[in-house]
Design a protein around this ligand. Structure first.
Ligand code: A5P
Length: 226
């Protein structure tokens, strides 16, 4: 494991240690959430009784392979705790950018259905200002996609259509497309979220605000909670 992987593992370990038998969980997406799901699988194998709602197809496949029982919002409309990663974290307000893994829509639905929201990151995700090199992923329906992307430029974004490894437009689990929207600096994330979501054709954006996450930061010396 390299140093970043070690730091992520410390954060994931701390988060998984907070899970108790009987809990209903949200299972995140991304490399840090993947470590947490692996650790959860070990605890389930040792007898921990939980159920989980995955935020992506790949997290669902990982959980099933580990024997983690899955549920859905019809059976389980409210979750006790969710563990997920993030792409940027602003300390203080604890505003987040998420979705570089492409699962932002399900991740946001799961986040808002959770009583506790644990974000597991390494220190590189902590920033003094949102935006810059990290885009805000915006999930857009395919119909009229180019017109939606054009409207995103009108609110100051530099949108880049996300592509998969083969060069085709990236498809989310819900079948939508993603425009990665670069902003030089995001001074008012709340206002920007409203502007983005007011654009017809936009399904969701990667600004995660007002969720009061408990951010667990993995470092080489262990984990600390912001
Ligand atoms: C997935 O869609 C994202 O929101 C991830 O949570 C985010 O990209 C963090 O992933 P890493 O833990 O791999 O950095």
């Amino acid at each position: 494991m390299n140093t970043t992987q070690n730091a992520k593992a410390f954060a994931a370990e701390k988060a998984v240690s907070l899970i108790e038998s009987g809990m209903k969980l949200g299972l995140g997406t991304g490399s840090t959430a993947k470590i947490a799901i692996d650790l959860l699988g070990k605890r389930v194998a040792e007898g921990l009784r939980i159920v989980g709602i995955p935020t992506s197809q790949r997290s669902a496949e990982q959980a099933l392979a580990l024997g983690i029982p899955l549920t859905n919002f019809e059976e389980t409309p409210r979750l006790d705790l969710t563990i997920d990663g993030a792409d940027q974290v602003l300390p203080g307000s604890l505003q987040l950018i998420k979705g570089l893994g492409g699962a932002l829509l399900r991740e946001k639905i799961v986040a808002f259905a959770s009583d506790r929201y644990l974000i597991v990151v390494d220190e590189s995700k902590i920033v003094s200002e949102l935006g810059g090199k990290v885009p805000v992923p915006v999930e857009v329906v395919e119909f009229g996609w180019n017109t939606t992307v054009e409207r995103l430029t009108k609110i100051g974004a530099r949108p880049v259509p996300r592509r998969d490894a083969a060069g085709a437009l990236y498809r989310t689990d819900t079948g939508n497309l993603i425009a990665d929207c670069f902003f030089e600096q995001i001074k008012d994330a709340g206002r920007l979220e409203i502007e983005i979501k007011s654009i017809v054709g936009v399904v969701e954006c990667g600004l995660f605000l007002g969720l009061k996450p408990e951010v667990i930061v993995g470092t080489l010396a262990g984990a600390r909670i912001l």
